[in-house]
Design a protein around this ligand. Structure first.
Ligand code: SF4
Length: 370
């Protein structure tokens, strides 16, 4: 049975979408453009840059664009190559591009067993366009071909009057309820929840979906992480176009996957220096085990559902893989190594401070001369 060695969160710089959801962070930040990614590296080069040898084992690679991931056709051969390499691949999609799903459904079954789709269920936008049928037919198409999936809704205040309707639709098409995520307001310093409702009320409203994903997210949202975090080693953030590898969100650059593909990647854990106000993607990162001392459900528990007919959203191989934890296939650092990381970050802070002081002194001097 495969166990996860690393989680690679892979950003695809497509920043356009065929939907226009009001809660979308690209809309909030007015970042929508017509940019469809045309990757400047071939699928073979990408496979080599992310080989199992180089990454130390079988990884879960999450492919997510700024807009709709599958809009760019270039992504499909990349996904296929990564599956051929033996990795497990997760694709975040709005589930509306039927042609893409038909193409994927024709891939060999042994590849589809390692493929997972996170279908974002944008109910109001799908309803407005009369695409609800189309959305679920696309879910069925990859499910029937042997891939795993999850259906997840983004809770928004505008959707509250439609909750009963959403539940009814889910039972009708899926034989169970969808999962629920948390909508973030990325314009705020604290990366707040995008809602007028306070957290307790928000939990009551959306808790009706009995979603382990939502339940876990609400326990870690707004909590600054102070434990030792292995992001930067056991998990990495990658920009697939530029090749830039960073420790985590807003963290420092470690390496570039395209620079020396025959060499091992440079890695190094964030440790106690998480820069974020809270670990908003902890439903994946923490659940997969980047902070070993934190108790969390498995990622499989957060993604799976058992339907009325007894079938499950996760296929057995994917379910077993998503049930494994990063700390089962990686060794924790020694006390000495952890101390070195603390020391290095203190030295870095002092040097930043020194540079700032020098800059202020320089400006005072110029001002006096004037
Ligand atoms: S606590 Fe979460 S956001 Fe912070 S570095 Fe670790 S994984 Fe990244």
């Amino acid at each position: 049975m495969d166990k996860i060695k690393r989680f690679i969160d892979c950003y695809i710089p497509t920043e356009t979408c065929n939907l226009r959801c009001h809660y979308c962070y690209i809309t909030q930040k007015r970042k929508f453009n017509t940019k469809l990614v045309a990757l400047s590296h071939t699928p073979e080069e990408i496979r080599k840059a992310l080989s199992r040898n180089r990454l130390g084992g079988v990884c879960l690679i999450n492919m997510c664009a700024g807009g709709e991931t599958l809009l760019s056709h270039d992504i499909l051969p990349v996904i296929q190559k990564l599956l051929c390499e033996g990795h497990y691949v997760s694709v975040v999609t709005n589930g509306t591009l039927t042609q893409r799903f038909h193409e994927i459904a024709g891939w060999p079954e042994e590849l589809l067993r390692h493929l997972f789709f996170k279908f974002s269920f944008h109910y109001l936008e799908l309803k407005r366009r009369e695409w609800i049928d189309k959305f679920f037919e696309n879910v069925y198409s990859v499910r029937d071909a042997g891939a795993s999936f999850t259906v997840e809704i983004t809770p928004s205040d505008e959707l509250i009057p439609y909750i009963d309707e959403v539940k009814k639709t889910c039972y009708e098409y899926l034989g169970t309820l969808c999962h629920v995520t948390i909508a973030r307001d990325d314009r705020t310093d604290g990366i707040d929840i995008l809602s007028c409702h306070p957290l307790d009320e928000y939990k009551k409203i959306w808790g009706q979906f009995v979603s382990p994903l939502f339940d876990f997210k609400t326990t870690i949202f707004y909590k600054k992480r102070k434990e030792f975090c292995y992001a930067g080693d056991w998990s990495l953030n990658l920009n697939l176009e530029t090749g830039r590898v960073a420790q985590c969100y807003r963290c420092k650059e470690l390496d570039n996957i395209y620079r020396s593909p025959d060499e091992l990647l440079r890695v190094g854990a964030v440790g106690y220096n998480c820069p974020l106000p809270h670990c908003y993607n902890g439903h994946a990162l923490i659940a997969l085990g980047v902070i070993p001392e934190l108790e969390a459900p498995t990622y499989a528990e957060e993604r799976n559902r058992i339907c009325i007919d007894g079938t499950e959203w996760l296929q057995p191989e994917m379910k077993a893989f998503m049930s494994s934890k990063l700390y089962e296939s990686n060794k924790e650092y020694s006390k000495l190594r952890k101390m070195m990381i603390i020391l290095k970050s203190r030295v870095a802070r002092v040097s930043v401070l020194k540079t700032r002081v020098w800059e202020i002194l320089r400006r005072i001097k110029i001002w006096q001369q004037d």
